[in-house]
Design a protein around this ligand. Structure first.
Ligand SMILES: Cc1cc2nc3c(=O)[nH]c(=O)nc-3n(C[C@H](O)[C@H](O)[C@H](O)COP(=O)(O)OP(=O)(O)OC[C@H]3O[C@@H](n4cnc5c(N)ncnc54)[C@H](O)[C@@H]3O)c2cc1C
Length: 408
């Protein structure tokens, strides 16, 4: 039975995280009637390193201008083998100037990005927002019907599942995952430090995983700041998590080899068990998955949300094209096209991150040797080095129009 809360739209985006809002803004800015359904977000102290392609997409969508001042440029990326193993990799440092770029990307606290996305979304007449949770999705031949927890339904030609790693949309589409848990936990928080970061991120490779410091902008009373993602054995993570701020600051300074001087821990620690998961298909029966609903990868090499933004840019591009042609935006050829366009990018990044992570955990000497050799070659061979840097910020397998600075 229809209720006063029933509505009809071209596209329903389930989930109001950064991937979902990026897709919704791109669609609505191009005139596609779009509805975002999500409960209002809780504050998040995490930060995200956005690579240049993502920054270009957000700038094209007029989101970046609202949060650029809250982001810190990443101009140097350093990888340091801090393991005590027999075969160690050489230290490698990449500079964005080597490939003619001002920066590889920018690091931003998620809360600033969320505010910027919400403000841009609120400006768009074609974008409706429902603060609710989707409980059930029923798909028929010509549309999907979403039942909301607060009562009422939304009917749409296409559902974009941007509802995170425990995606109800994925479940409704009957799409399974290949997934694995790692014996690792990421401890995250932001910190002040005595010495400047000089726009450089440093990833120390340790036996338990990467320990990554990424620049943040200054804040009142703190001239020098960075974010930290510290991947640890779960018992070590629990031990550090129990430290008070002063003891944790001393421990982090020690593990960072004092490169940033004395460390002061900011409030708001996060603990994330590491896992990797990929949906077997990214779309089926009028439901297309983006962001962590489609793939979860460990926080190594800043890939997760950058992939999610590429998903959002790609699904919006194929849907806008179908809409302009007067076609059904949820038709099987549209969703199959999206799946095809995303497969190589997601698969290659997932494999690379998985291999790198497992090469750190293993005690198997040949694998450690290969990791060291790989980094040595990247460091020494100029064309390979520049190709790796370019591929890192703008993947050849996936450059949707928004990432080239073109509006839809
Ligand atoms: C420690 C750590 C560090 C990271 N660092 C980086 C980095 O530097 N660079 C990078 O690119 N990535 C990074 N990532 C990955 C990045 O954080 C994620 O890829 C990103 O947050 C996922 O965004 P999303 O929009 O897909 O999902 P989420 O942010 O999880 O959003 C899901 C949304 O769906 C909503 N939702 C869920 N169920 C329903 C429902 N039934 N109905 C309605 N709404 C629903 C939720 O309320 C939420 O709004 C990091 C991850 C971790 C854990």
């Amino acid at each position: 039975m229809a209720s006063s809360r029933d509505s009809e739209t071209d596209v329903a985006v389930v989930g109001g995280g950064p991937a979902g809002l990026t897709a919704a803004i791109a669609l609505a800015a191009a005139g596609v009637a779009t509805c975002v359904i999500a409960p209002r977000a809780r504050p998040d102290n995490r930060t995200t390193a956005l690579l240049m392609g993502s920054v270009t997409a957000l700038a094209t969508l007029r989101v970046w201008e609202r949060c650029a001042a809250d982001a810190a440029a990443l101009r140097t990326m350093r990888i340091v083998d801090a393991t005590a193993r027999l075969l160690r990799a050489p230290e490698v440092a990449f500079s964005s100037a080597e490939i003619g770029c001002d920066a590889f990307g920018y690091n931003i606290e998620n809360r600033h990005l969320a505010v910027a996305l919400a403000a841009r979304a609120a400006e768009l007449a074609a974008l409706a927002r429902i603060d609710d949770t989707v409980q059930e999705i029923e798909v028929t031949e010509d549309r999907a019907t979403l039942r909301l927890a607060g009562g009422g339904h939304v009917r749409a030609r296409l559902v974009i599942g941007a509802d995170g790693r425990n995606s109800r949309c994925r479940e409704a589409a009957g799409i399974s995952l290949t997934s694995r848990r790692y014996p690792q936990t990421a401890l995250t928080f932001n910190l002040g430090h005595a010495r400047p970061h000089h726009d450089a991120s440093t990833e120390f490779h340790t036996e338990s995983g990467p320990f990554t410091l990424v620049p943040l902008p200054a804040a009142p009373g703190r001239a020098h700041r960075s974010s930290l993602v510290c991947v640890l054995d779960p018992a070590d993570a629990a031990r550090l998590q129990a430290f008070d701020d002063a003891a944790l600051g001393d421990e982090i300074e020690r593990r960072a080899h004092s490169i940033l001087g004395k460390v002061t821990v900011e409030p708001g620690r996060g603990v994330f068990p590491l896992e990797i998961a990929t949906a077997r298909t990214f779309a089926r029966d009028r439901i297309a998955l983006i962001g962590e609903a489609a793939h979860v990868i460990p926080p190594i090499g800043a890939q997760g949300l950058n992939l999610g933004i590429r998903d959002g840019a790609t699904i919006s591009e194929v849907v806008v094209a179908a809409h302009r042609a007067g076609d059904d935006v949820g038709a099987a050829d549209v969703t199959a096209g999206y799946d095809r366009l995303r497969r190589a990018d997601v698969t290659s990044r997932t494999i690379a991150v998985d291999l790198l992570n497992r090469s750190l955990l293993t005690d198997f000497l040949p694998v450690q040797g290969l990791r060291g050799l790989g980094l040595y070659l990247v460091d020494q061979v100029g064309p390979l080095r520049r190709a790796v840097m370019r591929e890192g910020i703008a993947p050849t397998a996936a450059t949707p129009r928004l990432m080239r600075g073109e509006t839809l």
